[in-house]
Design a protein around this ligand. Structure first.
Ligand code: TMO
Length: 323
């Protein structure tokens, strides 16, 4: 992202945060969920997803539909779509969720509805000052040799790799085992806790290596790099024989150029064909998602407020999506 865009996004975030109101979220009443008559949109646990779910909900409501936003597990959600409980998952990230998604697409009850422009990457990441403390980065072997830099008082001999909730399914425990790394994988309960760890480490220039992804707010706030592991190939997570470790899977990094797709239930175009057509034109780019995430992660807004602010600030994009 260019510096100018970065600065203007940041300014936008700060201005919007300053103007924010405390309006409640009209879409979020869990008692109102009615999967028979309302379109069901999944809500996961990272900011761009929570905001884009609200934006899509608002677009559909503006077109006259009734919508429920429903908390959903990031992998079980594709089965839920087949069970008539969820209709829209607008951020299917290839690396963590591609297999669970494909399984239901193959059955025909989940539809691969659109591929967004965003290119996704999720992997171990460090702020740039860590590179100075551990020469040889971004190579993973150099990181492993520096593991004690990332130690904790409780376990000083091993490094700590901080990551998100278990249901993000990143396979880091398997990777650490397969590559015999001197690291422990520590799960935070949410993205915001993970980001708090990053912000406090950066403020004190404490060594930190954590799970990060693009698009996220981090890329226009902090400089840093992804750790480079052995390159991903499809066999790596399924074939123990592939890669440097002949006995274990996951001896590689994540794919560095993953897709981002929109999944819909088979019933959506059957019951609500115009709604299905309407959302097919929504295109989530890296910049769209990073700016949505920043309103929450930097601006401190609730997802519903962030969505309203983002839509007000981006009428041209909304017009493009909705024709
Ligand atoms: C699925 N995620 C964007 C949190 O990596």
């Amino acid at each position: 992202m260019s510096t100018r865009l970065r600065v203007s996004l940041l300014l936008l975030v700060l201005v919007l945060a300053a103007c924010s109101s405390d309006d409640g979220d009209p879409l979020a009443d869990p008692l109102d969920h009615d999967s028979e008559t309302h379109i069901q949109i999944a809500v996961h646990n990272w900011s761009s997803q929570m905001v884009s779910a609200e934006v899509i909900g608002t677009i559909l409501e503006t077109a006259g539909y009734t919508v429920d936003l429903v908390q959903a597990d990031t992998r079980a959600v594709y089965q839920s779509m087949c069970d008539g409980e969820i209709d829209i998952v607008q951020e299917v990230w290839e690396d963590p969720f591609g297999l669970a998604f494909d399984e239901q697409v193959d059955k025909g009850c989940v539809l691969d509805w659109a591929t967004h422009s965003a290119v996704t990457r999720e992997d171990w990441w460090y702020p740039s000052y860590v590179g100075e403390l551990c020469p040889g980065l971004p190579d993973w072997k150099a990181l492993d040799e520096c593991a004690v830099l990332f130690g904790s008082p409780e376990n000083p001999g091993r490094g700590r790799f901080l990551t998100g909730p278990l249901n993000w399914l990143k396979g880091d425990e398997q990777r650490v085992a397969a590559l015999q790394m001197n690291f422990d994988v520590i799960h935070m309960e949410s993205a915001s806790v993970l980001f708090e760890e990053l912000e406090s480490a950066v403020a004190t220039r404490t060594p930190i290596v954590l799970f990060n992804w693009t698009p996220s707010y981090i890329e226009f706030v902090h400089d840093g790099s992804f750790v480079e592991f052995p390159s991903f190939e499809e066999e790596c997570p399924i074939d123990p024989g592939w890669g440097d470790n002949p006995n274990l899977t996951h001896d590689c990094g994540n794919a560095s150029d993953g897709y981002l797709k929109m999944a819909i239930s088979q019933r959506l175009p059957e019951r609500w064909p115009l709604a299905a057509n309407l959302i097919a034109r929504i295109d989530l780019t890296n910049e769209v998602l990073a700016s949505m995430a920043a309103l929450v992660d930097v601006g401190g807004l609730e997802p519903a407020e962030a969505a309203a602010n983002w839509m007000a600030a981006n009428p041209a994009i909304i017009a493009l999506w909705t024709g």
